[in-house]
Design a protein around this ligand. Sequence first.
Ligand SMILES: O=C(O)CCC(=O)C(=O)O
Length: 312
Amino acid sequence: MSGLTSEQKQQYDELGYVLLKGLFDAGELQPLIDELDTEIDRIARAYHADGLTESLYADEGFETRFMRIVKDAEQAYREMVDSKFLGPEVFRLLSHPAFLDIVEDIVGPEVHCQGRHRLRPKLPNFGVADFRWHEDTEYATQRVTYVQQQYGLDRTASKTGGKFMSRIVAAPRMPEPNFWVPLVPVDERNGCLHVLPGGHLHTPPYEEQWEPNTYVDELNDLEPLVVPMEVGDALLMHQHVPHVSPPNRTNAIRWSIDIRYQDGSRPVKSVREPGFLARSVERPQDVVTDYEGYKRIRDAVAEFRATSGIRF
Ligand SMILES: O=C(O)CCC(=O)C(=O)O
């Protein structure tokens, strides 16, 4: 088992991020890229058959073909983004021992992979794929609900962002390490990540979620760090570290995937996008070890949502 060195763990605690250079051999992610290429080909054929695109764009490669399809039919973007797509190679990455060893060092031996893996084809000049400065925990409905129950914050107070966020800080923290993994080389031109080292110690970063003009004062002295990366690198981020992804100003897609984990003995964050138990000492029989097993969980939840009439 490798995990984090003591220096890396210290950096994660103090700065909220660790750049893991060469975590994978360059070729190790190729089967995943091939799997995405196959899915893009499926989308290309389906959209072309429906007359939604001008061509199959079969001569284009991984970095451009999907962009051509979306240019003709913008709705195709939704077919690949976020956790819509799951294949055996995506599952292999989600349950990769290199990630699980590191997560175990942070959350302990019960490791749950959250269902919110995010595949991100960041298209050139495509605002939907750009992100302002943010930290990841504000999406946590369960956490907010918990906070509402514990601290008596009225649901109708959700407009008063300052109070809302400060209640989140008052809540007990649950580590949710995130790995951001580029599938093409990334730099400032195609929208690599920028992080605010140490910013996780000063959450919330904003008085108002998604409103960059309302930074809390403590963040003003911190210097953003631009993080260029190669295929095979991974960026480990604390769930509270502010980060941003500026526009892609090249002519090719910036592909990446990011994956979040949590302590498997704590309540899971999202039921709608179910994750899976990836490692466990207490419940080894419940660990999901193959793609089919995880797909069954996702399909069962999707069917329940579609047929039960219960909204979640
Ligand atoms: O990939 C990006 O462009 C943004 C990623 C991000 O915001 C995240 O991982 O939370």
